[in-house]
Design a binder for this molecule. Structure first.
Ligand SMILES: [Zn+2]
Length: 306
């Protein structure tokens, strides 16, 4: 059976960022596991083209893009918590292309999964956090510009607020930004269309109840023609950067609430990975794997006893 959702990936999502809390090997590990477990045949994985300069310019300023191209350390690039190299810049531009491709596939097939992306801290004119290019915004703008969608929504469930995405779309009434995140945590908060700031250590049931009250406002009231889901793995209870209390099971129920909610309403959905800094990289990869499986409509395998 051919999966309904398209899977987008390139080995060049990896770039050498040196010793870092951001596990850039997770892209490769996730791809490997999806292939080895038979979730998706290798030949069906789509290798994306890098986002074009035109596509990037729909979101980012020329001065900032020029800094990235020329590897200039300026006030625009220095807010990143990453090194700057051609390999790194290329990986971000490629992952933005991956989210654009996933969005195009989503319109045709119902869902598109980028095994990367979700870089929601990047602003139009500067880097922030571990984010150089806001692939979420690039994808939405690309499809709007092609006239394929007008209204879109971002469902950002990373432990960190989607600050860059919020600002980029602040004056755009066609794009609804929803972020549910740990309140007392990086970054300085911006204003999304709907923000839910969570207390530290919130558990599965309280989290899922809040999500259930918010989703109708995003998916039903706004009536988006495309949803981009930033499925960060960092609300996990063993994350090194966040301190929410979600279990793997809770995170999978979160994914089902979003993805099955979109499917029920017939809204095409794009999945991007976002953050994930569990003490064990294998945990982060497993959380992303579960998200992919929900999107592929295959369901996660029974969990091993704890
Ligand atoms: Zn995060």
């Amino acid at each position: 059976m051919s999966p309904r959702a398209a899977v987008i990936y390139s080995p060049r999502y990896y770039s050498d960022i040196g010793p870092h809390v951001f596990p850039v090997e997770k892209f490769r590990l996730l791809h490997e596991q999806l292939i080895h477990a038979g979730d998706v045949p290798l030949e069906e994985v789509i290798e994306p083209a890098p986002a074009s300069r035109e596509e990037l310019l729909q979101v980012h300023t020329p001065a900032y893009l020029e800094d990235l191209e020329r590897l200039r350390w300026t006030e625009r690039t220095a807010m990143s918590e990453l090194p700057l190299s051609h390999q790194i810049v290329h990986a971000y531009v490629l992952m933005a292309g991956g989210t654009v491709r996933a969005a195009r596939e989503a319109l045709a097939r119902g869902a598109g999964i980028n095994l990367g992306g979700g870089f929601h801290h990047a602003f139009a004119d500067r880097a922030s956090g571990f984010c150089y290019i806001n692939d979420i915004a690039v994808a939405i703008r690309a499809l709007q510009r092609e006239g394929r969608i007008r209204r879109a929504a971002v469902v950002d469930l990373d432990v960190h607020q989607g600050n860059g995405t919020a600002v980029i779309f602040q004056r755009d009434r066609d794009v609804f930004t929803f972020s549910m995140h740990q309140e007392h945590l990086y970054p300085v908060k911006e204003i999304s269309d709907l923000d839910i700031g969570l207390d530290d250590h919130i558990g599965d049931e309280d989290y899922l109840a809040l999500l259930a009250t918010a989703l109708p406002r995003v998916l039903e009231a706004h009536e988006p023609e495309l949803v981009v889901y930033q499925a960060g793995a960092d609300p996990y209870q063993d994350d090194q950067l966040g301190s929410l209390g979600l279990t793997m099971d809770g995170l999978e129920r979160r994914d089902r609430a979003v993805l099955e909610g979109c499917a029920r309403l017939g809204i095409p959905v794009v999945v991007t990975l976002g953050g994930g800094y569990a003490r064990r990289v294998s945990d982060t990869v497993r959380i992303h794997l579960h998200t992919c499986r929900v999107a592929l409509g295959l369901g996660a395998p029974p969990r091993a006893p704890a």
